[in-house]
Design a protein around this ligand. Sequence first.
Ligand SMILES: NC(=O)c1ccc[n+]([C@@H]2O[C@H](COP(=O)([O-])OP(=O)(O)OC[C@H]3O[C@@H](n4cnc5c(N)ncnc54)[C@H](OP(=O)(O)O)[C@@H]3O)[C@@H](O)[C@H]2O)c1
Length: 320
Amino acid sequence: MKAVVIRTFGDPDGLEVVDLPVPVPAPGQVRIATEAIGVGGVDAVIRRGTLAAHGFREGHLLGSEVAGIVTAVGEGVDASWVGRRVWAFTGLSGGYAEQAVAAVQDVLALPDGLTGTDAVTLGGSGVVAHYALDRARFTPGETVLVRGAAGSIGITAIQLAARNGAGAVAVTTSSAERGARLRDLGATHTLDRSGESGPDTPAGFDIVIDVVAGPQLPLFLDKLNPNGRYVAVGVVGGQPPADFGMRLVDAFRRSWSFATFSSDTVPCPDRQAVRTSQFADAAHGDLRTVVHEVLPLDQAVLAHHEMDAGNVFGRIVLTP
Ligand SMILES: NC(=O)c1ccc[n+]([C@@H]2O[C@H](COP(=O)([O-])OP(=O)(O)OC[C@H]3O[C@@H](n4cnc5c(N)ncnc54)[C@H](OP(=O)(O)O)[C@@H]3O)[C@@H](O)[C@H]2O)c1
């Protein structure tokens, strides 16, 4: 089968299309003939070699979420899965391929009306958006700032905050054109990447959901209202300054909270329950997914160049 591996860490040209044996599902796994493969920010981080210390090696087969048809099951898995259209989390490898394997607890049947492309745009990121707001103890009427809103986590977070009655849903973004698109999804105010905004924007926010982190994180901590909650879910802008925690301590009379959130810490059945509900909403048009572009699997290099250039609004999807 055709697959895309990291030949050399670094820029996208280090990715290579190769022929690999079709994987055999291990006990507890299913094999999926992929129709849609999500391309996420974490794939770029692995490709650059940033996570080499965590065991990622050259030769790694990228990709963590796919949709397609189950073609085989491993020992202990109900054979009725074969032939079903599913979404699956493949871990942090194995997705950029014509056939992928996944543990059956990470597989979800797709509802009618939801395309594989939409499923891989929402499947992983929607859960992060849901739990980020949950961990922030969001309640209706509160003001929310989504930092790095133009990716699939942010796009879902905007919609969830808006439909659950947020007092304001502000976003950071890099252009007026992107700001207009985010307003169309439910954002009420736009800030630039440094947090500058128009005069009508709230001076402070009850909640910040941050996909970016990076050196400017402290600027956004300062935007919290008293009792405000900051939830960091991504690092697309790199690591924050090592001493950013001092900002929290120095501002202790404002009673801020800072949390990180990873969906790895949510029990699998809970993740799947949220995903099931979001897939149903998306199938009914009640939750929008934004697909930047659909490219053939063998153009994964182009997909990664687009990501690195900052051109992607929503998510790129590969198809074999
Ligand atoms: N917590 C979890 O469980 C979990 C799960 C999966 C992934 N993740 C993490 O989530 C992140 C990817 O999320 P995503 O796919 O939604 O994001 P994304 O599409 O990679 O990026 C979102 C937006 O951030 C803005 N941005 C990019 N670089 C920036 C910078 N240097 N400074 C300021 N803004 C910048 C860009 O928008 P503008 O150009 O409009 O500013 C971009 O469209 C990764 O860090 C990944 O590791 C976390």
